[in-house]
Ligand binder design. Structure first.
Ligand code: THU
Length: 165
């Protein structure tokens, strides 16, 4: 058996092709994510997170984390923002800004949220911020390399499950 080197391309179909956002837009998006953080409902973790999602037509959807007494039902800020957008008919995104109260670290989205972002393409931008507004930019394919996505479901298989399986 020989080793095969992986070289996966970014999913370009509904992506915005890594076009740079103007600095002012980035600042505004981060500001909106910081404001969304104010609504965080996190009595259990006491860890506030906010997100601001920029859609293809520049509409912004915000989200915060919403926890629950049944702990595992909590929802992350990023997933909340994405679900709000999708439920209003949006599936194409340019960027997401994420904010937390961490003083010295840029907020790092959890694995589940990375996969949730990747569902809608792998070459759009995430701005991971600090409360002072500083940020690092990573695209979704950097956050989740060698990812599994919707396209994989229809790739050629060695076995196709019959309908009566
Ligand atoms: N959280 C988010 O909202 N987004 C992330 O990417 C990281 C974690 C939330 C989930 C939970 O309410 C709290 O932060 C602590 O994990």
């Amino acid at each position: 058996m020989e080793e095969v080197k992986l070289r996966r391309q970014g999913v370009q179909s509904k992506d915005h092709g890594l076009r740079m956002l103007p600095q002012e837009k980035v600042k505004d998006l981060i500001h909106l994510s910081l404001r969304a953080k104010e609504h965080a409902y996190c009595p259990y973790s006491k860890f506030r997170v906010g997100a601001a999602l920029l859609a293809h037509d520049d509409r912004v959807f915000t989200g915060c984390n919403v926890e629950n007494a049944c702990y595992n039902l909590g929802v992350c800020a990023e997933r909340n923002a994405i679900s709000k957008a999708v439920s209003e008919g949006y599936r194409s995104f340019k960027a997401i800004a994420i904010a937390s109260d961490l003083n010295d670290q840029f907020i790092s989205p959890c694995g589940g949220c990375r996969q949730f972002m990747r569902e809608f393409g792998s070459s759009w931008e995430a701005y991971l911020s600090k409360p002072d507004g500083s940020y690092v930019k990573m695209d979704v394919s950097e956050l989740l390399p060698v990812s599994f996505g919707p396209e994989d479901l229809s790739m050629k298989k060695v076995f196709n499950i019959p309908n009566e399986y």
